[in-house]
Design a protein around this ligand. Structure first.
Ligand SMILES: Cc1cc2nc3c(=O)[nH]c(=O)nc-3n(C[C@H](O)[C@H](O)[C@H](O)COP(=O)(O)OP(=O)(O)OC[C@H]3O[C@@H](n4cnc5c(N)ncnc54)[C@H](O)[C@@H]3O)c2cc1C
Ligand SMILES: *[C@@H]1O[C@H](CO)[C@@H](O)[C@H](O)[C@H]1NC(C)=O
Ligand SMILES: *[C@@H]1O[C@H](CO)[C@@H](O)[C@H](O)[C@H]1NC(C)=O
Length: 342
């Protein structure tokens, strides 16, 4: 059995590793035109936090996110944190919406010790940050720096016998007829749109900055449309951020920098003293819902191959990665059972 995973982002690499370790007898190749540190997650803080997921069913988010959270917990407990850039951090998550957070249980049920802020705590926070948030929560969760996690996933995959190939795919038929693989796993992110297929995948541009501020050890997320966020990683703090739809500009823009610094300095004035080490833009693969499902595709030459799609993770690719990969493994298991029953 030859499996080709297209895409080497956090979704492709977790899918490839999960398939290879669950089916060691398979030949698994990752084909991609970009690898870490040039994928969408590489500049992100990798905070576990469902965000920009459209109408993805809540039970799916709970399932995929929960599996990923427990996967990170296992690594944290095993002492693997420095190697994969993992940390367990306190988070404040606030909103101006008088109705509070919609579907709040998709994250409060998974993180540790989620607690609603009392009105006096919220008042104090608003006074300190000169904001006017209406609801807030506090909890502990993980941040895993993709720029460290991705090389680790890649090493694990190679050690398990997987292969990497640097190539751009122009049509699906290239894989079905020329490459001759038996199963394709489609983890192309925003690329699923360009491959003349899925116009429901939309680009959501995100600009962030990294600063040196070792005294900041908690995260702060404002869920509003014009909200800022502050997320500490192992040795940098990530300041954000934007979410501009259908904006493909990969260069950091001055007005976005201003928005980021003004907003974050207002929340934590001590950040004014922090040295900026990087400004970065990534294009999130947004979709009305995450797509994980199998589809049978036929090439012009008549060869049939199953494609398992795994894309459209919006602002939560890291949050949902391992759960999504395990879903792919389940689909492969079902396909194998079907085959052996024939
Ligand atoms: C500023 C910012 C902050 C973020 N913060 C967080 C966070 O804190 N937590 C979180 O969970 N998520 C966060 N995200 C979201 C997360 O980064 C994405 O959801 C995730 O990276 C998507 O991963 P992916 O593997 O699907 O896509 P990508 O990383 O884009 O990977 C797609 C892969 O497919 C390859 N590819 C595409 N088309 C082709 C083709 N035709 N031929 C060959 N290869 C192809 C590409 O080269 C690439 O390797 C953030 C995103 C941004 C931009
Ligand atoms: C959550 O609830 C709102 C309705 O308030 C809905 O529009 C949204 O799509 C739901 N799902 C997610 C993942 O936020
Ligand atoms: C991925 O999915 C999209 C949308 O269905 C499709 O257009 C594209 O050809 C697929 N790519 C691969 C490599 O399967």
């Amino acid at each position: 059995m030859r499996v080709t995973v297209v895409g080497a982002g956090v979704i492709g690499m977790t899918s490839a590793l999960a398939v290879k370790t669950n089916f060691p007898q398979f030949e698994v190749h990752v084909i991609s035109d970009k690898f870490s540190p040039d994928t969408t997650a590489d500049g992100s803080a990798g905070l576990w936090s469902p965000y920009l997921l459209g109408n993805t069913p809540c039970d799916k988010i709970l399932q995929w996110g929960g599996i990923t959270h427990r996967w990170l917990e296992k690594f944290w407990k095993a002492g693997l944190a420095p190697e994969i850039g993992l940390s367990l951090i306190p988070v404040y998550r606030v909103t101006s919406d008088p109705n509070g957070f919609p579907n709040v249980s998709i994250w409060t049920e998974t993180v540790y010790g989620a607690r609603k802020l009392s009105s006096s705590e919220l008042e104090k926070l608003n006074a300190e940050c000169t904001t006017s948030y209406k609801h807030g929560w506090m909890f502990l969760t993980y941040a895993v720096e993709p720029v460290r996690l991705l090389p680790w996933l890649t090493r694990q995959f190679l050690e398990a016998g997987g292969k990497l190939r640097n190539r751009k795919i122009h049509t699906l038929n290239e894989l079905i007829d020329d490459d001759g693989c038996d199963l394709i796993i489609n983890c192309t992110g925003l690329g699923a749109r360009e491959l003349a297929g899925d116009n429901t995948v939309k680009c959501i541009r995100g600009q962030v900055a990294r600063v040196r501020a070792p005294w900041v050890m908690h995260a702060y997320l404002a869920d509003d449309d014009d909200g800022n966020y502050i997320i500490p990683n192992t040795d940098r703090v990530v300041l954000g951020g934007t979410h501009q739809e259908n904006d493909f500009d990969r260069t950091p823009r001055k007005e976005d920098c201003e928005f980021i610094y003004t907003g974050c300095h207002r929340i934590l004035p001590s950040l004014k003293n922090a040295e900026v080490t990087k400004e970065w833009v990534g294009l999130r693969p947004g979709r009305h819902q995450v797509r994980i499902e199998a589809e049978v595709c036929k090439s012009p030459k008549g060869r049939e191959v199953t494609v398992i799609h795994n894309y459209g993770h919006g602002g939560s690719g890291v949050t949902l990665c391992w759960g999504s990969a395990m879903n792919v493994v389940n689909i492969v298991e079902n396909l194998m059972n079907l085959k052996s029953n024939l």
